[in-house]
Design a protein around this ligand. Sequence first.
Ligand SMILES: Nc1ncnc2c1ncn2[C@@H]1O[C@H](COP(=O)(O)OP(=O)(O)OP(=O)(O)O)[C@@H](O)[C@H]1O
Ligand SMILES: [Mg+2]
Length: 447
Amino acid sequence: MKDLTPKEVVAELDRYIVGQESAKKSVAIAMRNRWRRQQLSDEMREEIVPNNIILIGTTGVGKTEIARRLANLANAPFIKVEASKFTEVGYVGRDVESIIRDLMDISVSIVERKKEGEVALEAEDLANERLLDILFPGNGSGDSHEGKSDLAERQKRTREKLRVKLLDGKFEDRVVEVDVADETMPMMQVFGPIGLEEMGMNLQDIFGSSIPKKRSRRRTTVSEARRILAVEEASKLIDHEEVLRDAKSRIENSGIVFLDEIDKIVGNSSGTGPDVSREGVQRDILPIVEGSNVITKYGIVKTDHVLFIAAGAFHVSKPSDMIPELQGRFPIRVEMDTLTTDDFIQILTHPKTALIKQYAALLETEGVKLKFTKSAVRAVAEIATEVNDATENIGARRLHTVMTTLLEDILFEKSGEEPEKISITKEMVNSKLREIVKDHDLSRYIL
Ligand SMILES: Nc1ncnc2c1ncn2[C@@H]1O[C@H](COP(=O)(O)OP(=O)(O)OP(=O)(O)O)[C@@H](O)[C@H]1O
Ligand SMILES: [Mg+2]
């Protein structure tokens, strides 16, 4: 994957997210700035801090959705966490440093996957050689002693023929026995200062490969054995030190943390009772956002240049209720737009996996071709807006409830008896939903 320009990022996000132009722009710029920073001299690079972002908007307007799509795009280690899951150090629950530890796990596995891909062909060759050894012992790679060179020569030719057959897939279903390292290593707990055991440190990590892994014998088919052996060979070919260095540098230079539900750790101003611990979480987050060293089982990770994107509805509290230090560390604030009826129409129809396309696909499995007329789509969007206005505004989530109610009967009745076409019209939408919309108490429960 290459590094996308801000315009390309926005274009990609456009495929899934309707509206929210300023939010898309901000995240696109932030992402590109990481790349730009990478191009600079060391001195300059150290000085440039990421411009952390807060996305502010009521529920269901696409905050989490932007994060989800960004995660797919970002050629960078990315983690999304709910701020409300964390508790102050010393309390029961997760401490904020675990975010960085998890991010390191993610980064390591990204780099491992990449390296495995690079050595895949070589690993498969080696696995095939080992399969030949297992399938035809004795036709080994021939320690050709002098005088026996004739025999060695013959064995070499036989092996060559067998290799061709093996590669041809002639032995795939034969059952062989392979010696494999157990994938689950014995976990040994280290009791140490607070947090160590929580970090999931085990002796294997500390002493690395100096502890021999337990091996066991498995009977399996050639094709499965090849897969197992290739994984093992790949692991031997990979320089694990380099993986860790690479994974660490990816986080330190381009890691992204998405802190969802940040408003849940912001108490409203009064500042007594449970707020104290929320404020504690905010204080715990500070050093990580600011830049600190976090101990992970792979070594120390610096967070100075990790980009933080926070998001929150801020219904009850306001961003200004956050402790001032934290506010200052999120210099960019983006207000998400409230979604309009026209946005809803777009959300229903436009994204690659838009809601209407989802239902059409579901019903397609029953042989039903589901269509919506233009005016029917508009009617659904209008009803969603009306209900949002009359009861709670839950943004685009309202479309889900409206659609399930609308399609309930069809989803219940159709079960592939015979192929048919169903076209949903405006009249059908209204007759199914109007009564419910009119009655606010009823729509509160149903829509
Ligand atoms: N702008 C949008 N474009 C496309 N789909 C959207 C948009 N906004 C919301 N949705 C749809 O609505 C659903 C909820 O959106 P999302 O999870 O992003 O809400 P949120 O802003 O994170 O809300 P909350 O504050 O409750 O977490 C998603 O499934 C998404 O498909
Ligand atoms: Mg959300």
